[in-house]
Design a protein around this ligand. Structure first.
Ligand code: NAP
Length: 248
């Protein structure tokens, strides 16, 4: 597939897990990619080497998306290097799980800051250049728990429900200038974020998935590349669940 030849993409949290898979698949479809991370420079450099080996350009940009100035700077750096931005994938995210009765203010604030405010910060930073060029696509990483809720994840579920509201609002605000905004809502995907689940709970969860297996980062990346491409040119404000049927 070479549907993204000549396009410039930014992937936040592109150094590991789903973000790394998204960056690789965007590059495989022809895009040059700027990948952002916050602390794991080695992982980001490894993804950069893979993308460059595909013959695409790849810029690595450190920065905390929850800080508006750093989000703006990461978009500015990508535009300075590549001349424009066509695709933003707001993927950076964290969890700090606990029951409501035990959740600290710090854990609430951290998850909302990275997942929701971080998504807004980057979306806001690309809006001006995308509106000016009258084209662009933004894909936000939500979660099925932002639709259905999940005990122990009040902060995370609220952040992802917020991402869905933000996606729909931005889709309405930016549509008249040719900018599309969509979200992908993954189910249970095997990455660092989910590797610490105890075996018993993981098995119960697997049994609740109609397709019977956990998802892989590439499953999410396929949906992101579709939404970012011309194949999705009449889709905006949509949330696509990619969850093996878990939240049917
Ligand atoms: P992951 O393996 O833990 O990777 C998280 C990525 O986000 C890393 O690249 C990390 O960079 C980056 N990051 C974290 N905080 C950041 C910040 N403040 N600024 C910039 N980058 C930051 O997570 P994942 O499982 O791939 O999840 C990716 C996205 O999918 C998240 O939004 C997550 O909520 C969502 N999601 C995941 C699942 C799942 O089952 N895994 C399900 C639903 C939704 P460093 O390495 O530098 O920290």
């Amino acid at each position: 597939m070479d549907s993204l030849v000549g396009k410039i993409a930014i992937v936040t949290g592109g150094s590991r897990g789903i973000g790394a898979a998204v960056a690789r698949k965007l590059a495989a479809a022809g895009a040059d990619v700027a990948i952002n991370y916050v602390s794991g420079a080695d992982a980001a450099a490894a993804v950069q080497a893979e993308i460059e080996a595909m013959g695409r350009r790849c810029l690595v940009i450190a920065g905390d998306v929850s800080v508006a100035a750093e989000a703006k700077s990461l978009v500015d750096q990508a535009i300075a290097a590549f001349g424009r931005v066509d695709i933003l994938v707001n993927n950076a995210g964290v969890t700090r799980d606990n029951l409501i009765m035990r959740m600290s203010e710090e854990d609430w604030d951290k998850v909302i800051a990275v997942n929701l405010k971080g998504t807004f910060n980057c979306l806001q930073a690309v809006s001006r250049p995308m509106l000016k060029q009258r084209s662009g696509t933004i894909v936000n990483m939500a979660s099925v728990v932002g639709i259905g809720g999940n005990p122990g994840q009040a902060n995370y579920a609220a952040s992802k429900a917020g991402v869905i509201g933000l996606t729909k609002t931005a889709a309405k605000e930016l549509a008249s200038r040719g900018v599309r905004v969509n979200a992908v809502a993954p189910g249970f995907i095997e990455t660092d974020m989910t590797k610490d689940l105890n075996n018993e709970y993981a098995e119960k969860l697997r049994q609740a998935i109609p397709l019977g297996v956990f998802g892989q980062a590439d499953n999410i990346a396929d949906a992101v590349v579709f939404l970012a491409s011309e194949a999705a040119s009449y889709i905006t404000g949509e949330v696509i669940k990619v969850d093996g049927g878990l939240f049917i």
